[in-house]
Design a protein around this ligand. Structure first.
Ligand code: 5AD
Ligand code: SF4
Length: 465
């Protein structure tokens, strides 16, 4: 979501005649006695922030501290923050960091150019943080990073109450874009050369176009005016988007187990355009922990969902999120999570050490797993998952897959890089003319998580044609 918001912000600012410089250089000018300046040539430095874990926030606070130095040598510099930390901390940050000029909430990105102008003219601290509504901004001014791939947010916010999570506080309740607008934006992207869209939402599969349409109807709009499917839950939305000619692949992230239904699996199974990678966070394999997390499912129920998904879509690649060392997690709970990883054989797992987030229900529980134990459990989970991933991946060696050719390999310009329908990355030698096309590639070796491949030769008569 932040990558999308950054692309929107960059596009809007570029359209105002600004030049976008590359990313932040953390090492610049930090030598003792030399004033810090990461970008001597920049007039504005914006950080798009995340609140999900303490570590992400600490890095932003660290950079804000360093930027105080930069402002001493460049008094005209404008320093701004976007993203969830703005929603969480709000104007309090102005007192703590007097050199911070600008704060833009997640629902106010379109105002960014005007706000920068306001700071430039009046040289005072400016914040715009709207509490209600949707933070999604569809704009053709977006500066997309990829030629063939685009992010497409369809909903924001979260109505669940996972006790560890700050998202309901920073992003508010669930709000969906009307299906008609999603369809129109997807079609516009395809007209612009995009072949692959990733639908985004904090709970993307809880998307509810009906609610969005109801909202619009009250505002006096006719939802079916464009003749497009006017309202949809997530499976219908996916099904409808598959009808867009020229759109070759659709991914989505992140899903919540409660809305991972057979109806959704059925739609995926019948549509080869839908990615065969499904990210479904488990968080813990121990029922007492899941209960304290208020995850709304037991481990057994989660396993049933995965079993059912694999029955409907046997080729599906499932990935997950795990939190190590949540409040009250015992050694037995940890062993249960290790067992769950072994049983469910995820293709990948993102494993995080628990950190308390202010204002969340879990912030009232004792964060009682010592950091050394959190680190050890984190390591054990990572090691086990690495073995499972390796085993899963090795089973694919020697097979041929349809690969979408995305880019020239950043590490070796003689090679191309692409991803399969299950979003496995492969690099292989081939001409640049294949960029943006689908090719059959045989997996011949594995280097860490990347496959090395070779283009499958066309059958003689087809090649001749
Ligand atoms: N501490 C550690 N990890 C967290 N996540 C969310 N909140 C926290 C927290 N307080 C993880 C969850 C979620 C992923 C996006 O981040 O695993 O699925
Ligand atoms: Fe956070 Fe839970 Fe909502 Fe996901 S479902 S955003 S983990 S509260």
């Amino acid at each position: 979501m932040n990558m999308y918001d950054t692309e929107v912000a960059e596009g809007l600012l570029q359209n105002q005649g600004m030049q976008i410089l590359s990313s932040f250089d953390e090492t610049a000018g930090t030598l003792p006695g030399i004033a810090y300046s990461p970008f001597p040539e920049a007039d504005v430095i914006l950080m798009n922030t995340c609140s999900i874990r303490e570590h992400a926030e600490e890095r932003v606070f660290g950079r804000l501290g360093l930027l105080k130095e930069a402002k001493r040598v460049q008094p005209e510099l404008i320093i701004g923050l976007m993203g969830c930390m703005v929603e969480e901390h709000r104007e309090k940050l102005f007192q703590k960091y007097p050199h911070l000029d600008l704060m833009v909430g997640t629902r106010n990105i379109s105002e960014l150019p005007a706000l920068i102008e306001e700071v430039r003219k009046e040289r005072k601290q400016v914040a715009r943080i709207k509490q209600e509504g949707i933070s999604i901004e569809y704009t053709d001014q977006i500066k997309r990073a990829g030629s063939y791939h685009a992010w497409l947010p369809v909903m924001t916010g979260c109505n669940k109450v996972c006790t560890f999570c700050i998202v309901p506080i920073t992003r508010g309740s669930e709000v969906s874009m009307p299906a008609r607008e999603v369809y129109r934006e997807a079609s516009r992207l395809v007209d612009d050369g995009v072949r692959w869209i990733t639908l985004l939402g904090q709970n993307v599969n809880s998307y509810d176009g009906r609610k969005a349409e109801d909202g619009r109807r009250k505002e006096g709009q006719n939802p079916s005016a464009a003749g497009l499917h006017p309202s949809a839950a997530f499976p219908e939305l996916l099904d409808t988007l598959c009808q867009i000619e020229g759109l070759e692949r659709i991914s989505f992230t992140t899903s919540h187990p409660s809305d991972a239904t057979e109806e959704l699996y059925r739609v995926i199974a019948k549509n080869p355009k839908i990615s065969r990678r499904f990210h479904l966070p488990l968080q813990s394999g121990a029922n007492p922990v899941l209960k304290r997390m208020k995850r709304l499912h037991t481990y057994e129920e989660f396993k049933q969902k995965i079993d059912s998904m694999r029955r409907w879509i046997p080729e599906i690649s499932v990935t997950t999120d795990i939190i190590a060392g949540f409040c009250g997690e015992t050694e037995q709970d940890h062993q249960d999570t290790l067992r769950a990883l072994g049983e469910l054989c995820f293709d990948d797992a993102y494993i995080y050490k628990y950190s308390t987030r202010p204002g969340t229900p879990a912030s009232k529980l004792a964060d009682d797993v010592p950091i050394s134990i959190k680190e050890q459990r984190n390591r054990e989970l990572l090691e086990l998952q690495k073995t499972i991933r390796q085993r899963n991946n090795e089973q694919l060696l020697g097979e041929t897959f349809e690969v979408f050719v995305e880019e020239i390999s950043p590490k070796d310009p003689s090679q191309l890089r692409g991803r399969t329908q299950a979003e496995k990355t492969v690099v292989f030698p081939g001409p640049q003319s294949l960029l943006g096309s689908f090719q059959k590639v045989k997996f011949r070796a594995l280097r860490h998580e990347t496959f090395l491949g070779i283009l499958e030769a066309e059958p003689a008569e087809k090649a001749h044609l």
